[in-house]
Design a protein around this ligand. Structure first.
Ligand code: MLC
Ligand code: AMP
Length: 517
């Protein structure tokens, strides 16, 4: 049953000549480092053999908080092939956040950046983790040292379709983060659908400039390229100028809207520069129609916007080209997220659970082979997020027009999406409320020209306490991932509340909506 292991499916798509380039990694100084398909196969085999030598129970969690590198991708592939569960963690997470993830997921192995070994290993060993390795962006660290002693041949472990491949932590509206459990079958079905829908071809070259600890960079981008045997041009960090300079050698680019906004800010972006490109894809956050139009005017390309989430991978997509099979004429409509992907059920229901007609706004619910198996060790939370007839409640609010295009118009979950990263107000507010002198707080999302949306904090001090907004921000910076830290903090006498006593965040959002305009 090898075929159900996602790695086997990816491996089967590698080109016949394994010595050709699979990844051109752009080093910090600008020089290129080339990895062949054989390097991916053998490098991941060595790491898989290292994991096998630890004699871990099948399905052990391998938690990874490292800078982006091709070796980090190999570690993901090694985890798949050895039948364990990959648990990627944002490099911005600090110790309180890491402690929660490690305590909750109970990984058998933690891999961290060499510079973080001191505090991460302490946390890990205190939580019963047996093995801690390091992996640096410059290919240093104990993971590669140890893996080098192992064979570069490895028999991929047989997996069933519903065996777990990865856990992605995603915060909840209340309480702590939940680990979305994704199976080999979830990920492979989604990758296979996107391969056809986005018309991946041998000859495509993907510019990979996203982080690899979330769905977009880890699954959508990497699976897309590997499953079509397409090489990648690999940037550890997004730099607009360096990325645009490689459009001439590439065909596909994926980014969150902020990346497009930043490239548009460069006056050199024009049709000539983008002439070799076939497809620009955006997702993870809404792309403003102004950005969509500006990109079309400057480059001649209509960005293909798609919609997905950690629990489900990709759900809807604008078309890549006209395709009668899917009943579309190929038009990519700005401001929409396109059609339900083949095999994926997407519906809009009212709060009463009844289906809504075209054009009516309601809750987006989904179903399909891509939908996750549930939240790690949280059966009650999992049950709450599904309807009685088995559809997953996305927490997104939207509509479907008469032609079948879906649009996301809001969220029923209290969530801010900033530069493509999710910020859960409840989590940040809990940290703020614990600070000295704070009585209560509200974190709200407001429009921002670069990040699309950013969080700002509105806080009420305790009676008689002197609270300084900047000091609050400094204190948060020391405890929270940087993208969760509010961009501004306002101290007020009270928060607006409705008759039920609930904070009226909509009024606060109205009040501060032009803060960054
Ligand atoms: C960085 N900062 C952010 C931020 N990124 N603040 C808010 N939101 C963000 N996204 C902070 C920095 O710490 C810094 O703070 C200040 O803002 C300026 O940072 P910068 O130098 O401009 O940031 P940079 O390093 O260039 O990163 C920006 C970015 C990055 C847009 C390249 O955020 C990014 O890679 N975003 C992509 C996220 C992503 O891949 N999402 C996919 C999720 S999957 P200070 O205080 O230090 O100055 C998903 C499902 C799906 O959602 O459908 O795909
Ligand atoms: P995450 O939990 O990080 O996977 O984020 C998933 C959420 O990102 C979704 O529930 C949506 O709210 C949002 N999202 C993803 N893609 C889009 C898009 N194209 N437009 C609007 N929102 C999006």
């Amino acid at each position: 049953m090898h075929q159900a292991n996602l790695y086997s499916a990816l491996r089967a798509a590698f080109p016949a000549d394994l010595q050709t380039t699979a990844v051109e990694a752009i080093e910090p100084g600008g020089q290129s480092l080339y990895y062949s398909w054989a390097d991916l196969e053998h490098g991941s085999a060595r790491m898989a053999n290292l994991l096998a030598s630890l004699k871990l129970p099948e399905g052990s969690r391998i938690a990874v908080q490292v800078e982006k590198s091709v070796e980090a991708m190999m570690l993901y592939l090694a985890t798949l092939r050895s039948g364990h569960v990959f648990l990627p963690l944002n490099t911005a997470y600090q110790s309180a956040e890491m402690e929660y993830f490690i305590g909750n997921a109970e990984p058998a192995v933690v891999v961290c950046a060499p510079g973080c070994f001191g505090w991460v290993s302490k946390l890990a060993f205190n939580n019963g983790v047996g093995h801690v390795y390091t992996l640096g962006a410059d290919r240093t660290g104990t993971l590669l040292d140890r893996a080098a002693h192992h064979s570069d041949a490895h028999q991929v472990l047989a997996r069933k379709s519903d065996d777990l491949a990865a856990i992605l932590y995603t915060s909840g509206t209340t309480g702590r983060s939940k680990g979305a459990m994704l199976s080999h079958g979830n990920l492979l079905s989604n990758a296979a659908v996107l391969k056809v829908y986005w018309d991946w071809q041998a000859g495509d070259v993907l510019i990979h400039a996203l982080p690899i600890f979330h769905v977009h960079g880890l699954f959508v981008a990497i699976h897309g390229a590997l499953l079509s045997g397409s090489p990648m041009i690999w940037f550890a960090k997004f730099e607009p100028e360096a990325v645009m300079a490689r459009f001439k050698d590439a065909t596909v680019f994926m980014g969150v809207p902020t990346l497009y906004v930043r490239m548009l800010a460069d006056a050199r972006l024009d049709r000539d520069m983008a002439a070799h490109m076939r497809l620009f894809i955006s997702g993870s956050a809404p792309m403003l129609i102004e950005t969509f139009r500006a990109w079309k005017t400057r480059t001649g390309h209509s960005v293909l916007e798609r919609y997905g989430m950690s629990e489900t991978a990709m759900l809807t997509s604008n078309p890549c080209k006209p395709d009668a099979r899917y009943g579309n004429e190929g038009e990519r409509r700005g401001g929409t997220v396109g059609f339900a992907l083949p095999g994926v059920g997407v519906r809009v229901h009212g709060d009463d659970g009844q289906p809504l007609a075209a054009g009516e706004i309601g809750n987006i619910e989904v179903q399909g082979p891509n939908v996750f198996a549930g939240y790690w060790r949280m059966p009650e939370k999992t049950a709450e997020e599904f309807t009685a007839d088995g559809w997953f409640k996305t927490g997104d609010v939207g509509m479907q027009d008469a032609r079948g295009y879906f649009s996301i118009v809001g969220r029923s979950k209290d969530l801010i999406i900033s530069g493509g990263y999710n910020v859960y107000p409840a989590e940040v507010e809990a940290f703020i409320n614990d600070l000295a002198g704070v009585d209560e707080s509200a974190l709200i999302g407001v429009p921002h020209p670069d990040f699309g949306e950013v969080g700002i904090a509105v806080i009420v001090p305790r009676k008689g306490a002197q609270v300084d907004g900047q000091k609050i921000l400094d204190a948060l910076k020391a405890q929270l991932a940087n993208f969760k830290v509010p961009k501004r903090c306002y101290v007020v006498k009270s928060l607006p509340r409705n008759a039920m006593g609930k904070v009226q965040k909509n009024l606060l959002r109205d009040q501060y909506q032009n803060d960054f305009s």
